[in-house]
Design a protein around this ligand. Structure first.
Ligand code: 13P
Length: 230
């Protein structure tokens, strides 16, 4: 199974290091799992263990005049070759268009990155029914090679993120089954995954892992979440 921790704008360089050290004290817990953590860009660091550290965002450039962004050169310094692309917070709050998201995908695919590619609908689309959801998600897959051998697709309904209200088992099952018809890539679910619901979610067919925000911020709790999944 894949367990990915998205710190968003939480943790510092020092606390990220402590976090990784805490995880490494319980290596046996995740020796058969794939673990990723995505700290803020200022906390990127080399990690020679089995835990992969990735970036939450990057710009599709080697280096250049893109104020506030990091490119390939800055990621290379820390041997970072894993990236989240298309998170709803970047699409919604920072105005990343599908065109830009697809350009990022293409660039980092060409550089052989592992990519967690996020899709997910807002509440008003969900309220119109699943057909509308599937239609919406398909627009978020435009320009994306879902057969890329290093893509993982994370379904994260926007209304489930940070709300404490995850999608239901039936909703996740149905969307993941539909996605499975499109791709053999690992499929992750994200949106209020926590200690209470992880067992049920991880057992769903076609859920190959989870992308976790708030419930990943405390290393001990994240370890507990992993242990509950076994
Ligand atoms: P929460 O787990 O806090 O709902 O966040 C999910 C998420 O956005 C992970 O990328």
């Amino acid at each position: 199974m894949i367990f990915a921790a998205n710190f968003k704008t939480n943790h510092t360089r020092a606390s990220t290091k402590e976090y990784v050290d805490t995880l490494l004290t319980k290596k046996s817990l995740f020796q058969n799992e794939r673990l990723y953590i995505f700290p803020p860009l200022s906390a990127l660091q080399k990690c020679e263990s089995d835990i992969k550290i990735g970036a939450q965002n990057a710009y599709m450039i080697q280096s250049g005049a893109f104020t506030g962004e990091v490119g390939l050169e800055q990621l290379d310094e820390f041997d970072i070759n894993t990236l989240i692309i298309g998170h709803s917070e970047r699409r919604e709050l920072l105005g990343e268009s599908q065109t830009m998201v697809a350009q990022k995908f293409q660039f980092f695919k060409e550089h052989n990155f592992e990519i967690i590619y996020c899709i997910g609908e807002p509440l008003e689309v969900r309220e119109n029914g699943e057909d509308h959801v599937l239609e919406y998600l398909s627009t978020q897959l435009e320009g994306i090679d879902t057969n890329y051998d290093k893509i993982m697709i994370a379904y994260e309904p926007i209304w489930a993120i940070g709300t404490g209200k995850s999608a239901t088992i039936a909703e996740i099952t149905s969307i993941h089954n539909a996605l499975r018809k499109l791709t053999q890539a690992p499929l992750l679910y994200g949106g209020s995954v926590n200690l209470e619901n992880i067992r049920e979610i991880i057992q769903i067919d076609n859920v190959n892992g989870v992308l976790v925000g708030s419930a990943s911020l405390d290393a001990k709790k994240f370890l507990e979440l992993i242990s509950l999944s076994r």
